[in-house]
Design a protein around this ligand. Sequence first.
Ligand code: HEC
Ligand code: HEC
Length: 215
Amino acid sequence: MNKIILFLMLSMPVIVYAEASSTIAWTPATLNFVKQGNPVKGKVLAESCTGCHGEQGISTLPETPSLAGQLATYTYKQLRDYANNLRSNPTMSAMVQGLSAQDSADLAVWFSTLTPSLGTPNKPSPNAEKLVQQGDGKRIIPPCFVCHGENGQGEKMDIPALTGQRGDYLSKTLVDYKTGQRHNDVYSRMRLIAQQLKDSEIKELALYYQRNPKP
Ligand code: HEC
Ligand code: HEC
C-alpha cells in the first residue's frame, strides 16, 4: 500500500507538469491555415534562409537539413516549435524570432514546392534495411516505413520525408531524440525509437535515407 502511495506521489508531478511536446494540433482549421500559405510571399521570406539551407532548399552545409520538397505541414510545425522554444537550436531559435504563424505557413508552402534532393547513392547496410522494413520486435522498434512511407517520402501531417536528406543531419537529429535534446515529437514517437537504436545503427539508418532509392 505504501508503495502504491509512494509511486503516485512520484509520478503525479511528472504527469501534471510534463511539458507539451508541441503546441501544434492538427485540427481542420490548422491544416487549412497551412494549406493556404502563400508561396510567393514565402519565396521572398526565404531569402534569409538560403545562405544555410541552399538556394533551392538543398543544403550543402554539414548538419543543416535540406528543406526542398518537405511536407509543408511538417516544416510549419518545426518552425512553430522553434518559435515556442519546444525545439531548441541556437541558430534556428534566432532565425524564427521575427516570423509570425502566417510567415511560417508561407515559408513552409514555398519550400514544399521545390524539387527534393536526389540524395547520394550508396549501398545500404543489411541491418539498416532490416530496421526500415521489419523493425525489431524484441526492442519494440516498429519498421520505419510504416510511418515514413515505402520510399521514405513522409506521410500526412507531421511525418517528415527522409529520402535524400543529408546523412550528417539525420544522424545528429536521431542522436538528439535519443538524448532528449530534441523533444518536440508528439507522443514521444521518435524518442522511444531512437532510445532503442545503437549509435552505429543511427549512422547506418542515416546513410540508408540519404541515398537515392532509385539510382
Ligand atoms: C545560419 C544558418 C541557418 C539559417 C540562416 C537558417 N537555418 Fe534553418 N536550420 C539550420 C540548422 C543548423 C538546422 C538544424 C537545427 C537542429 O538540429 O535543430 C536548421 C533546421 C531548420 C528546420 C528543421 C528541418 C527539419 O527537417 O526538421 C527548418 C524547418 C528550418 N531550419 C527552416 C529555416 C527557415 C525557414 C529559415 C529562414 C527564415 C532558416 N531555417 C534559416 C541553419 C540555418
Ligand atoms: C510511429 C511512427 C514513426 C515510426 C515507426 C518512425 N518514425 Fe521517424 N518520425 C515520426 C514523426 C511523427 C516524426 C516528426 C516528429 C517531430 O515533429 O519532431 C519523425 C521524425 C523523424 C526524423 C527527423 C527528420 C527531420 O527532418 O528532422 C528522423 C531522422 C526519423 N524520424 C527517422 C526514423 C527512423 C530511422 C525510423 C525507423 C528506425 C523511424 N523514424 C520510425 C514518426 C515515426
